[in-house]
Design a protein around this ligand. Structure first.
Ligand SMILES: Cc1ncc(COP(=O)(O)O)c(C=O)c1O
Length: 380
């Protein structure tokens, strides 16, 4: 059987990962500034992560959520503490899209409404509900088209209020920072006004922190810079450092109703063991502060390049928007300097490295980026 050829792929087969580095099957070493799409938070194959998962695998790999799972309880305590949301409850699932599906359902159950307000440029996943609130038409099949969703421009509070005051919306869903959309950042004022509008009109505010969360911005969640407290927060990617896991943080205003949500695999023993290791290492290695510090260093260095059309970012979530397509730049970085980068649309390089990136690694990238622009005669 062949693989379904639905991804654009680089001609690289990886054999090993360690910290911020990857190694291909020929032994070449790469600097990872992509984190497998913002997934690697504490670093590839961190020893504590490996140890926790291995130990758990030897004890018990799986049983259903119909018995007490102490590992899941420990994880919830740790996530509550590290995020500052100890009074919220945790529902665990397996992927970011699934977390958003569950958050949307909770909002709809609670309000008994069915419309959702989302933002232009948003990406929330590929399952039915998540893709319906995603503003990328080619990701939706006719089956997914959903007349319950309205998109308004990010940071446009007038348009937002115009919609919300109809009283028909169960939820507003917004990314902490738009990732796939190219690191587009909601302003603090916008987030504060949005939060108060949601309260006025009885609409649940869902913060999708799947890409911008888990310390990537320098705080546990990006929205914490604005001081708001959403009703629901979705997490995935970084919380498992590569182990597939996700969750919804649910405010105390929600009462659990048995049977309304469920999952076979969500929060099972191996995932919880992985998540516990990630939460511990985040604290022990001060990774949020590191993301803030190295992110600031990269932003300051990149600001010196006149060839860049626009630079956006917070912590280790950075977009370098060029006036032209970036594929050749990324190809050179990959095959000559052995640096993995991400992209958004055709003209944006996206950096989403592990949060343990060092200044030495960051300098290596800046030098390679500079040399690449010179070699490609960009801006000369
Ligand atoms: C902001 C955001 N939400 C949701 C998702 C979907 O997550 P998953 O691919 O785990 O379903 C992603 C994935 O890139 C994302 O960036």
């Amino acid at each position: 059987m062949n693989l379904f050829d639905v991804y654009s792929i680089w001609d690289v087969a990886l054999a090993k990962g360690e910290g911020c580095y990857l190694y291909d099957s020929d032994g070449n070493k790469y600097l990872d500034l992509y984190g497998g799409h913002a997934v690697i938070s504490i670093g590839h194959s961190h020893p504590k992560f490996v140890e926790n998962v291995q130990q758990q695998l030897k004890q018990l790999a799986f049983f259903t959520n119909s018995v007490i799972n102490r590992q899941q309880q420990i994880l919830a305590q740790k996530l509550g503490k590290i995020s500052g949301y100890a009074e919220y409850s945790l529902f665990m699932c397996n992927s970011g899209a699934e977390a958003n599906e569950n958050a949307l359902k909770l909002a709809s159950f609670k309000t008994q409404r069915k419309k959702v307000l989302a933002f232009k440029g948003a990406f929330h996943g590929r399952t039915s509900g998540a893709v319906a609130v995603t503003d990328i038409p080619q990701y939706s099949a006719p089956y997914n088209l959903n007349s319950n969703v309205t998109f308004v421009p990010l940071n446009d509070i007038e348009q937002t209020e115009k919609e919300l005051k109809s009283g028909e919306y169960c939820a507003v869903i917004i990314e902490g920072i738009q990732g796939v959309g190219g690191v587009k950042i909601p302003t603090d004022d916008f987030l504060r006004s949005l939060s108060s509008l949601c309260k006025s009109y009885g609409t649940m505010l869902i913060l999708d922190e799947i890409q911008s969360g888990c310390g990537r911005s320098g705080k546990y969640f990006y929205h914490q810079y604005s001081g708001i407290k959403p009703d629901l927060i979705t997490v995935a990617k970084g919380i498992g450092n590569g182990f597939p896991m996700a969750g919804v943080f649910i405010s105390p205003e929600f009462q659990p109703v048995k049977g309304t949500l469920g999952t076979t695999f969500g929060g099972a023993y191996l995932a919880s063991a992985a998540g516990i290791a990630v939460a511990d290492v985040m604290i022990e290695e001060n990774l949020m502060a590191n993301a803030e510090k190295i992110g600031r260093f990269l932003m300051n260095e990149l600001a010196r390049f006149p060839q860049i059309k626009e630079l956006r970012g917070k912590g280790l979530m950075i977009a370098i928007e060029m006036p032209e397509p970036v594929f050749e730049i990324r190809r050179k970085l990959m095959f000559e300097y052995r640096i993995f980068t991400g992209a958004s649309s055709t003209n944006i390089i996206r950096l989403l490295p592990p949060l343990c990136l060092t200044e030495i690694d960051a300098r290596y990238f800046i030098e390679a980026f500079n040399n690449t622009l010179i070699q490609l005669k960009i801006g000369s």
